[in-house]
Design a protein around this ligand. Structure first.
Ligand SMILES: Nc1ncnc2c1ncn2[C@@H]1O[C@H](COP(=O)(O)OP(=O)(O)OP(=O)(O)O)[C@@H](O)[C@H]1O
Ligand code: SF4
Ligand SMILES: [Mg+2]
Length: 337
């Protein structure tokens, strides 16, 4: 039984120019203790999916179909249909989130420890002051911060330390699922790597489920058990991590792999995917990748390929899935320099 089951979710933004089709028929599950990576170019809808799950949407967002089924341990609820007041019960305690600009979400005028304490008290009104303080201390240790720093203010923290504090806050209410949306992008590469590994260790230790969002395919490869590839408001491929890197079947995934320098073997020529992602106000009819796809034919331009299962656990939305050896993990398959 998955912790989260997103079924054919459609969420658009209403604008003066029409609807931005940011999430357009997206389906995936997240299992207990599993990390699902979601990867895709900027603007493809990754943050929109997470905000739709948590129902932290701007006023111009509209659900236009689908379900977000969350298993809270006792029952399964469809978060899409919940009133705002009922949703409060699941936010942070059931599903919590580490935001894209998380470091800036700490309030500069309060001590870091107090901010986490307050977040916890909002959800556990019965918790004693002493028990809450002990829990914050525990959380500090868990994320690799010295508990002495609980009394310090955000400006006394480095970027990496702030990010650890935000992770501690996301874990404060012991959630079943954490959504981490580009949690390390604002940090330098070495700190990024360290924090990502630590998050993975915590996720494993707590047997927590996680959705990890990034545009960086190397990060996704390292942290995820399964990977979903997103393009222009839709998922185009989903499989376990090894399969996505060894045998990608969607032409876009293939393109992403080829655009990524090999970490092993000979140097490969860096190939980027030609063209730009479509405007989500007016996406092309048929397959949204067709204008950039070298396999596109007449059918691709007319009909929208269904996100279907091609082999066990491997979903692809394409009329002409490619079957060739991938690159990143296996080594070199493209022309060497
Ligand atoms: N409030 C809004 N109103 C209208 N359009 C929006 C709104 N928020 C986001 N969008 C549009 O929705 C699409 C998806 O945006 P989203 O932020 O989900 O992408 P993303 O994949 O998270 O990008 P990034 O990698 O840059 O964070 C984009 O075209 C964006 O311009
Ligand atoms: S459906 Fe057609 S255009 Fe779309 S990715 Fe597959 S081959 Fe390319
Ligand atoms: Mg985003």
């Amino acid at each position: 039984m998955p912790v989260l089951s997103v079924k054919n979710l459609v969420m658009h933004y209403r604008t003066k120019k029409g609807y931005v089709r940011a999430v357009d028929g997206v389906s995936f599950d997240v299992g207990v203790g599993e990390v699902l990576g979601i990867v895709g170019e900027s603007g493809c809808g990754k943050t929109s999916i997470s905000m739709a799950i948590l129902r932290l949407l701007p006023e111009n967002a509209e659900f236009r179909g689908g379900q977000v089924l969350f298993d809270n341990g006792n029952e399964t609820v469809d978060l899409v249909g919940l009133a705002d007041s009922a949703m409060q019960k699941y936010r942070w305690k059931g599903i919590s989130m580490i935001f894209q600009s998380a470091m800036n979400s700490l309030n500069p005028v309060y001590r870091v420890g107090d901010q986490i304490l307050e977040a916890m008290k909002r959800h556990y009104s019965e918790i004693s002051k002493e028990a809450a303080r002990k829990r914050v201390e525990e959380l500090f240790r868990l994320v690799g911060l010295d508990p002495k720093r609980m009394r310090q203010y955000p400006h006394q923290y480095s970027g990496g330390m702030k990010q650890r504090a935000v992770i501690a806050m996301a874990l404060a209410c012991d959630p079943r699922l954490v959504i981490a949306d580009e949690p390390t992008t604002a940090l330098d590469v070495i700190v990024q790597d360290r924090i990502m590994r630590e998050l993975k260790r915590i996720q494993k230790d707590l047997d927590m489920s996680m959705i990890y969002i990034s545009h960086d395919i190397a990060v996704i490869a390292e942290i995820s058990d399964r990977v979903a590839i997103m393009y222009a408001g839709k998922l185009v491929e989903l499989a376990d991590t090894l399969t996505i890197f060894e045998r990608p079947m969607h032409p876009y995934t293939n393109g992403l792999m080829n655009a990524f320098p090999s970490v092993v073997g000979q140097k490969r020529k860096l190939r980027t995917i030609q063209g730009e992602p479509p405007d989500l106000l007016k996406p092309p009819s048929g397959c949204r990748f067709a204008p950039r796809c070298s396999y596109a034919d007449g059918r691709c331009k007319e009909a929208d390929p269904e996100f279907r299962i091609l082999e066990e656990g491997h979903y692809v939305a394409c009329f002409h899935p490619v079957e060739k050896e991938g690159c990143l993990i296996k080594g070199v398959t493209e022309s060497a320099e």
